[in-house]
Design a protein around this ligand. Structure first.
Ligand SMILES: *[C@@H]1O[C@H](CO)[C@@H](O)[C@H](O)[C@H]1NC(C)=O
Ligand SMILES: *[C@@H]1O[C@H](CO)[C@@H](O)[C@H](O)[C@H]1NC(C)=O
Ligand SMILES: *[C@@H]1O[C@H](CO)[C@@H](O)[C@H](O)[C@H]1NC(C)=O
Ligand SMILES: *[C@@H]1O[C@H](CO)[C@@H](O)[C@H](O)[C@H]1NC(C)=O
Ligand SMILES: *[C@@H]1O[C@H](CO)[C@@H](O)[C@H](O)[C@H]1NC(C)=O
Ligand SMILES: *[C@@H]1O[C@H](CO)[C@@H](O)[C@H](O)[C@H]1NC(C)=O
Ligand SMILES: *[C@@H]1O[C@H](CO)[C@@H](O)[C@H](O)[C@H]1NC(C)=O
Ligand SMILES: *[C@@H]1O[C@H](CO)[C@@H](O)[C@H](O)[C@H]1NC(C)=O
Ligand SMILES: *[C@@H]1O[C@H](CO)[C@@H](O)[C@H](O)[C@H]1NC(C)=O
Ligand SMILES: *[C@@H]1O[C@H](CO)[C@@H](O)[C@H](O)[C@H]1NC(C)=O
Ligand SMILES: *[C@@H]1O[C@H](CO)[C@@H](O)[C@H](O)[C@H]1NC(C)=O
Ligand SMILES: *[C@@H]1O[C@H](CO)[C@@H](O)[C@H](O)[C@H]1NC(C)=O
Length: 620
């Protein structure tokens, strides 16, 4: 069979007319029958197609015009029913002498010529191009249903060609087919060719993706406060990409080409459900979603601080983190860094107890979520506990300017050094267990305070005190400024190094002769002794005196001797001299001897009294 196909487009798609040149010569009626069963009809000629049809002719060829097609119509219509609107007869044709039933052929060079219909000639059939619709439904992973519009005329069967990742061909005599054994997620092209007289008509086409398989082994492999990283396995078949959706947050969609994706812009410490679907390139169909839920890490706690410190306890407080949390873990470690203590709590404060004094503690506070199974990043803080107090603080020495103290170290915990201080003096810092405070004022009460310092030098123990006083300086330059028979005026210098110290003076004065002792207290550095006896020597001592609580404290004494003015009294002693040698009593020598004996006697009796002894003859 030989076809020559001529096509003429007469306007929009769908009205494309095609011409089929049939080379085997047949009678007009046979030709028409063949055209009607295998095409549409014998050709109709119009001004538009005349040139096209004639251009390829080499022989005379039947057209679709017959004088009496369906009765006595006389060249009025074409075999397909179109009216005769155009004629192109060879001169002197048609021949009215011809039989009533003539048929019309093209002469090979174009013009029309009437001819007995029984003549056997080649002929031209036509058919409009078929544009059918192929519909695909019930698309699943590996199969789908096709249905199509019937082709024109006596279509013997439909050939379904499937091409894509796999290809197959099926025949159908009906208008549907079920295609199976496809690969998921693959693009398939379906062409349904109506077959008429062994000829393929214009195919009905569809291009469709099979549904992709869903992912497997979906996990959230890591989370931060704002992101979640998901992994999954690529399913069998074809997948062109993956869509990760966050339930309830349509703006957070992420597409990924491979088997992992990170979703960001999440909020901390919250539970999210992620849905992963497989995609095909044109997104026309997607796989069944697979879901997984996970919590993001809780955010950092803020404003972590140590709010209270004792020797064995630290109070912490902080502010809740942004986003969600359902508890906190507090870890701490002291000197033994390998030993972590842990506590889970549900408020924004914690009390760490049973700690060692004076020890540096490292503390981490971590927010938790998901029944405390998901933890955020820890926030770190360190703090020393307060060191313990020293014990057995004692004064080992006091002088006029120094106080030396000693103590025992704290019974528990660690310490770095000790701060020893008396008021109004710079503090002294030492790692020893003794201290010598120098440069103090004499005769002053001092409270010595010893504080234990932790290694950070800011955590201090409670003070431990001992109260003592420096030794007093004695008064200097004691002298009597004047005296008469009843009064002694005394004055002395204020002792050194006692300026500003509220002190007084204890004055004792004693006369040996009268065996009398008195004491007075003076508030200033001068005094008058008023009840002294005349004409005797007084031993006067002055001591600096300080009232120390219940006790009076005195300095070393300063002593002078001073005599009161005598009130002259005359005592006449008569002496009688007897001697065998009358001249003996009257000698100068004897008198002197007697005076000497007498002075010696009086010296013993009048100790501390001012007296003189003179000789006077009884005859005077
Ligand atoms: C020629 O025409 C006859 C009908 O007359 C038909 O049966 C046959 O198949 C045709 N042959 C070809 C080659 O077209
Ligand atoms: C045309 O006609 C000639 C003679 O009539 C014949 O030999 C030839 O085969 C024909 N050609 C075709 C294409 O039919
Ligand atoms: C189907 O596709 C072929 C080319 O692949 C095209 O020629 C034909 O016109 C298409 N069919 C329809 C109905 O569009
Ligand atoms: C194919 O579908 C188009 C659009 O739906 C419609 O216009 C056309 O008539 C249909 N063709 C057939 C042969 O059903
Ligand atoms: C489809 O039909 C054609 C023509 O009748 C035949 O050659 C082919 O083997 C058939 N294919 C199937 C799969 O039946
Ligand atoms: C997801 O987790 C399961 C169980 O832990 C594991 O067997 C699987 O390999 C993981 N999937 C991926 C993609 O890592
Ligand atoms: C995210 O994906 C879903 C499902 O495909 C869609 O409905 C939604 O509009 C997408 N959101 C954005 C912001 O693209
Ligand atoms: C103690 O806990 C903190 C915070 O969780 C951690 O960083 C540190 O490594 C832990 N130390 C030990 C010895 O476990
Ligand atoms: C304290 O210092 C003073 C003067 O520097 C010194 O005389 C005294 O012996 C010291 N005392 C002790 C206990 O070291
Ligand atoms: C110790 O001295 C400090 C300061 O001098 C004082 O505040 C504290 O109350 C004293 N403590 C005792 C137990 O006396
Ligand atoms: C001694 O001096 C005091 C004044 O200091 C005076 O009041 C007193 O009268 C004097 N006594 C005699 C005996 O002169
Ligand atoms: C001074 O007198 C008091 C009592 O009157 C006595 O206790 C004290 O020892 C005396 N001081 C001196 C240095 O004699």
């Amino acid at each position: 069979m030989l076809f020559i196909l001529l096509a003429l487009s007469l306007g929009p798609v769908g009205s494309e007319r095609m011409y089929f040149f049939q080379s085997n010569a047949t009678e007009w009626a046979v030709a028409r029958n063949h055209c009607r069963s295998c095409f549409r009809e014998l050709v109709s000629v119009t001004p538009d197609n005349a040139a096209l049809l004639v251009g390829g002719l080499t022989n005379d060829t039947w057209t679709g015009l017959r004088k009496e097609l369906d009765g006595p119509m006389d060249w009025s219509q074409w075999s397909n029913g179109d009216p005769l609107t155009f004629q192109n007869w060879y001169p002197a044709r048609p021949d009215s002498n011809n039989s009533d039933d003539s048929c019309v052929k093209f002469l090979s060079f174009g013009p029309w010529f009437d001819q007995p219909c029984e003549t056997e000639l080649p002929y031209i059939c036509y058919e409009d191009r078929f544009y059918g619709n192929l519909t695909v439904s019930n698309v699943s992973l590996t199969n789908m249903s096709l249905s199509w519009t019937p082709g024109p005329g006596n279509v013997s069967q439909y050939r379904v060609e499937v091409s894509g990742n796999t290809s197959q061909v099926l025949n159908s005599t009906g208008l549907t087919a079920l295609v199976d054994s496809l690969i998921p997620g693959s693009l398939y092209r379906f062409q349904v060719f109506p077959v008429k007289c062994d000829r393929d008509l214009n195919p009905e086409n569809a291009t469709v993706y099979t549904k992709p398989e869903r992912v497997t082994d979906l996990n959230v492999t890591s989370v931060t406060t704002k992101t979640a990283t998901l992994r999954w396995r690529r399913p069998t078949g074809n997948v062109d990409g993956f869509l990760v959706e966050v339930e309830g947050f349509p703006t957070l969609n992420v597409t990924a080409p491979g088997e992992a994706a990170s979703v960001d812009r999440l909020s901390p410490g919250k539970q999210f459900t992620f849905r992963v679907t497989t995609l095909v390139l044109d997104r026309s169909i997607s796989g069944d979603p697979v879901s997984v839920s996970a919590f993001t890490k809780p955010d950092l706690v803020s404003r972590l601080q140590v709010s209270e410190v004792t020797t064995t306890m630290l109070n912490l407080s902080w502010a809740r983190p942004e986003g969600g949390h359902d508890g906190y873990r507090v870890d701490w470690t002291g000197n033994w860094a390998f030993l972590n203590h842990t506590q889970t709590i549900f408020t924004e404060s914690a009390r760490l107890e049973n700690l060692e004094p004076g020890t540096n503690y490292s503390i981490w506070v971590t927010a938790l979520v998901a029944n405390q199974s998901v933890e955020g990043d820890p926030v770190f803080i360190t703090s020393y506990t307060r060191p313990d107090v020293i014990t057995e603080l004692t004064v080992t020495e006091t002088t006029r300017t120094n106080i030396a103290v000693q103590w025992k170290p704290p019974a528990n915990g660690s310490w770095q050094s000790f701060r020893v201080q008396v008021p109004e003096s710079p503090a002294l810092e030492t790692v020893d267990l003794t201290a010598n405070l120098t440069g103090l004022k004499s005769g002053k009460e001092y409270t010595v305070t010893v504080i234990t310092l932790a290694a950070d030098k800011t955590k201090l123990s409670d003070p431990v005190n001992v109260t003592t006083y420096t030794k007093l300086n004695e008064p200097k330059n004691l002298h009597n400024t004047s005296f008469n028979s009843t009064d002694i005026h005394l004055s002395w210098d204020v002792p050194e190094n006692m300026e500003g110290v509220q002190s007084s003076y204890l004055i004792n004065y004693t006369t040996r002769f009268w065996k009398l002792s008195h004491s007075v207290v003076a508030r200033t550095n001068a005094t008058i002794l008023t009840d002294v006896r005349s004409g005797v020597e007084y031993s006067v001592t002055v001591q600096t005196l300080l009232q120390m609580g219940q006790n009076n404290v005195t300095s070393q004494p300063t002593t002078i001797k001073c005599s009161t003015k005598g009130v002259d009294r005359m005592l006449t002693l008569g002496m009688q001299c007897q001697s065998k040698d009358p001249l003996q009593c009257d000698t100068e020598q004897t008198r002197e001897q007697a005076m000497k004996e007498l002075k010696k006697l009086l010296n013993d009796k009048l100790d501390g009294v001012t007296w003189t002894l003179r000789w006077r003859d009884s005859s005077d």
